[in-house]
Design a protein around this ligand. Structure first.
Ligand code: UDX
Length: 447
């Protein structure tokens, strides 16, 4: 099938590559000339396991094209995906200007019937706006070409995007038009070989499904972080509690890991956008507001532990950070808890000495050169001469370190673990002051 994708960001590129891998002929359109030129040369703008070979092989096989020519893109695709960004505007609502601009572009160049698919995460009611926009421009052109607008949200996890996209838990198709639904089923047929995972519903329900999924997951995390903070005060160990509740299949083990707060490009943005959407219809999204508030507080838990340990004085101290990305297997720093920690440390007069397997270039890009930030080539080098070690991201490489070396390299044997990677009893035995999230050695218990 001939497919076009407008917006070659994270979602657009992964979707395009996987569709080409399954044999569709995919044309990728973006307004960013540099990005398109780089992709043509086989340079992938993001780090995502498995993406680079998939893009280069399908490009070489002629199934994946890159262009800035919108007309070519519109004419090529029987199905046209809109996968441009929906950045939060000032009040946190999703800004639809890029989505509606693509809708206009599609209408300007339409030469045959099209199925237009919203892949971007967009507020409920956006498909109606896209439909109205295309209709308006077609009318100006005196054109009566047929088109359908479908909502088909993505559920990709960074770091696992290729496998999530190739083997999705579900394929949500929001449309009430039988022809459009049939086209979408045909497009996704190769994804569904083992089992039909398609869930067909009306457009608005599909749009809300995406927000509901992310907000539910964010709620699980904030709930666990609240439990962790309670466990700390009550002298319980959240890791035992986690195993104790996860064994109930109604709760399950997934997504109940306490930590230093959720980040990334989706959860913070989507929770805020749904709160705003609810406010607009005069409904207070009480749970979601609490989810966000707990997360904001959680992002400063690492700093609070450090301040506590060093009696409120971090001036002149050097703090080693292991992990900067918002989660492992990505170089994405968007809304990463490490950023909140670094800013707080700098404000307190401390220096940061950090290592991350993938996100150091991105960190450098964001913060530039500064005397109080040193990005080190290895996790061992980052320890050298530091006053404490903080774990911000649970990369595999940090799970079983040489604790004797850590003791040797640090000025003070202090570990603040934002991901509960280590056993508090073992570290206590080795002479460390260890601060996990919701574990035995709490600030309260020490006092
Ligand atoms: C998320 C959704 O999982 C995905 O379905 C959606 O399409 C986009 O948003 P992503 O942002 O890539 O994906 O990251 P995810 O793996 O879900 O993690 C999000 C954040 O939650 C990370 O900061 C992670 O550290 C945190 N998290 C996750 C926890 O703190 N505890 C957990 O138990 C799980």
């Amino acid at each position: 099938m001939k497919v076009s994708v407008f917006g070659i960001g994270y979602v657009g590129l992964v979707q395009a590559a996987v569709m080409a891998e399954f044999g569709h002929e995919v044309c990728c359109i973006d307004v960013d000339r540099d990005k398109i030129a780089a992709l043509e040369r086989g340079q992938i703008p993001i780090y995502e396991p498995g993406l680079e070979p998939m893009v280069t092989q399908n490009h070489a096989a002629g199934r994946l094209h890159f262009s800035t020519d919108a007309q070519q893109g519109v004419e090529h695709g029987q199905v046209i995906f809109i996968a441009v960004g929906t950045p939060p505007d000032e009040d946190g609502s999703a800004d639809l200007k890029y989505v509606l601009a693509v809708a206009s572009t599609i209408a300007q160049h339409m030469n045959a019937a099209k199925v237009v698919v919203n892949k971007s995460t967009v507020p409920v009611g956006t498909a109606d706006k896209v439909r109205a926009q295309i209709g308006k421009v077609l009318q100006q052109r005196d054109s009566e070409l047929d088109f359908q607008v479908v909502s088909n949200p993505e559920f990709l996890k960074e770091g696992a995007a290729i496998s999530d996209c190739m083997r999705p838990d579900r394929i949500v198709i929001g449309s009430d038009n039988p022809d459009a639904i049939a086209t979408m089923r045909e497009l996704y047929e190769p994804f569904n070989r083992q089992q039909d995972r398609t869930v067909v519903m009306d457009v608005r329900s599909a749009e809300l499904t995406k927000y509901a999924a992310n907000c539910m997951l964010a709620t699980k995390i904030s709930f666990m972080n609240e439990m962790a903070n309670l466990a700390e005060k009550l002298g319980a160990d959240i890791e035992s509690v986690r195993r104790g509740i996860g064994s109930d299949p109604r709760i399950g083990y997934h997504f109940i890991y306490p930590g230093c707060g959720y980040g990334g490009s989706c959860f913070p943005k989507d929770v805020q956008a749904l709160i705003q959407a609810a406010d607009h219809i005069e409904h207070s999204a009480t749970i979601l507001k609490a989810v966000e508030q707990v997360n904001e507080q959680q992002k400063s838990v690492l700093f609070r532990n450090l301040m506590h340990h060093f009696d409120g004085d971090l001036a002149g101290k050097t703090i080693c950070l292991w992990g900067l990305a918002f989660k492992p297997n990505t170089d994405d720093m968007r809304e990463a808890p490490s950023r909140v920690l670094m800013q707080a440390l700098w404000q307190a007069g401390a220096k940061v000495q950090a290592y991350d397997p993938e996100a150091m270039e991105e960190t450098q890009r964001i913060f530039g050169q500064r005397d109080d930030l040193a990005l080190m080539g290895t996790k061992e080098a980052a320890l050298r001469g530091a006053d404490a070690l903080v774990i911000c991201t649970e990369w595999q490489a940090f799970r079983a370190p040489d604790f004797d070396l850590i003791r040797q390299e640090l000025h003070h044997p202090v570990i603040v673990d934002g991901r509960n990677l280590y056993d508090p009893a073992r570290l206590a035995q080795k002479g460390f002051s260890y601060y996990g999230i919701g574990r035995g050695m709490s600030i309260q218990q020490e006092q």
